[in-house]
Design a protein around this ligand. Structure first.
Ligand code: SAM
Length: 259
């Protein structure tokens, strides 16, 4: 059975370098590793799953695709399914950014042989960027796409420890304050939130994503402003400033891929 991927999974697959050994954590149906092994991109893979239903689905996929021996389905929480040195690439996709960050945090001892992380948080992308930044992983690329009315970001990162001088310099430079126009500066916090590369690309999907986020923030601000409580008023004012700042950023990051 030949595996066909959704647009989202295909864009994730496109990030995985040839001849890799891959661990796909939270693999569910194991579609990603099955496709990558069938396509000859990945030589061997682990499909990790913590829940019994998705674990069974992964095992079924591997059997039906004739990939037994090429993909090992392993049961366990996060990176505990791995032994050190087994894989070069880890993908974690389709979950919240805080869960992805906690999986990486809990499995740091398994990352020494890994030369690329491919991460696709459904929400909370900033938490993934923060984890990478704190642990000397250089965010190398950011992609954004829309499928079935949902917008997804795909982040890749490479190690930038003391042995990779160029990368550690790049890591230092990545979130440096940037000037947007004569009077506006974007600091690290905003870049962690909106994506340093996505900000520069300022594509149509990214603009749409942030327009949606602004609508959500505006709704919360309106709710808060109905309350007489001081704490709510304070929060509403903080949100008003946040909304204004994001609007200014969007206005200055002119959409570059207009049809
Ligand atoms: N990665 C696939 C994709 O992107 O299409 C499946 C995404 S699915 C929404 C998330 C999967 O992660 C679920 O199958 C869930 O059981 C699994 N999962 C959640 N937490 C996990 C953890 N700590 N360790 C391993 N798997 C986990």
């Amino acid at each position: 059975m030949t595996v066909k991927l959704s647009k989202r999974l295909q864009r994730i697959a496109d990030k995985v370098p040839s001849f890799s050994r891959l661990a796909d954590i939270g693999s569910d149906h194991a579609l990603l590793p099955a496709y990558l092994v069938q396509a000859g991109i990945v030589t061997w893979a682990i499909a990790g799953e913590v829940n019994p239903g998705p674990l069974a689905a992964a095992a079924k996929q591997v059997k039906e695709s004739g990939l037994t021996g090429k993909i090992e389905v392993r049961e366990g929480n996060g990176l505990e399914v791995l032994c050190s040195g087994e894989v070069d690439v880890i993908s974690i996709a389709g979950m919240g950014g805080s869960l992805i960050a906690s999986i990486l945090e809990g499995g740091q001892d398994k990352l020494s042989s890994v030369n690329m992380l491919v991460l696709q948080p459904n929400v909370g992308e900033d938490q993934v960027r923060r984890w990478l930044d704190r642990h000397q992983w250089l965010l190398e690329s950011e992609d954004i796409l829309e499928e079935d009315g949902k917008i997804y970001e795909i982040l890749t990162a490479v190690p930038a420890g003391s042995h990779a001088k160029n990368r550690s310099e790049m890591l230092e430079a990545l979130y440096q304050v940037r000037k947007l126009g004569p009077d506006k500066e974007i600091g690290k916090e905003r870049q962690l939130q909106m994506g340093p590369y996505l900000l520069q690309e300022a594509g149509e999907v990214w603009h749409r994503k942030w327009q949606g986020e602004l609508d959500k923030l505006e709704m919360i601000r309106e709710q808060l402003s109905l309350s007489d409580a001081d704490a709510s008023k304070l929060k509403a004012e903080t949100l008003r400033k946040e909304i204004q700042d994001i609007r200014e950023v969007l206005a200055l990051c002119l959409q570059k891929d207009k049809p």
